[in-house]
Design a protein around this ligand. Sequence first.
Ligand code: C5P
Length: 327
Amino acid sequence: MNTSSKVTTNITMHYNRTVQYFIASGGITTILCIFIVYQPLTESFLEDSSCMCNCAIDSEGDKWFYQRYRPTTHVLLNSKNSALDFNTYSWWRALQGESTVTNYTKVVEVLFSLFPDKNHFSNASPSRCRTCAVVGNSGNLIRSHYGALVDSNDFIIRMNEGPTKGFERDVGSKTTHRIIYPESAVDMDDATHLVLLPFKILDLQWIISAFTTKHIDMTYMYVRPTVKADMNKVMIIHPAFMKYVYESWLDKRGFYSSTGFISIMFALHICDEVNVFGFGPTRDGAWHHYFDDLVVDSNGGPHDGEFERKLIAELHQKQRIMMYKGF
Ligand code: C5P
């Protein structure tokens, strides 16, 4: 594709996305977006613009945000950044009360002899526009018609079981990243990055086993001994990132972050624009998944759901993320 057709394609994509925003959310922001996109799109307009999207991270000083956001934190684990300081290691090992003596360094060595050992993403920057959709599992997605809007993002991050088949109109059909842990693992297609959220060394051993010997089928409960996914797309969330989210964002509320909240933080660190779907209750206050009737107690277990919800609302209000509340 030559440069001018790339620019035309980009302009078309932006126009399409803007129209979708308008349909989904309405409001003054959307009208402003349409105004911007309709401006004469000369080369100089494209070059001068420092960011073509609703950038989550910018250079403007917002004390509340920058007191919490630490751009240099390692997001994903690799062999070069894998050493953990004593505090991080102790905090991480205590999350699920892991008491077995396991050599973390040796496990990491095996891990990155099997899975991609690289710096997967450059940090978000104002001069780029990478858009992320983070799709939680809330029942408020039902009848939302968000599917096309979700699929228009560059990265589509889902979590745990959250299916697309049969729910495409409301949740979209594409998945670029799926964040799971052994107890929530599902098979995924070849286009999807399996992103492991490890709560213990055994979780690292499980992912190794799942792609090799398949002998680990028990953690604190039965887990799948194997999972279908492209081995070359596996990524591992850094334990230090989990600790950072817990301390810097959650102010040590609950015991550790929910998968949903850490997924939003993951997106804030790898994308420029973060669009959030499928979080929170339905309009009539029900807490269930869009794909089953299981009632999810957002304050139960190790998470402070209420505090996380307030933070997400604040991020939306400060325009660091765009929250789509569904129905
Ligand atoms: O239930 P599960 O943990 O698979 O859901 C993934 C995430 O989706 C949760 O961590 C939560 O942040 C979000 N969720 C929600 N409201 C629901 C169900 C899930 O906000 N009713």
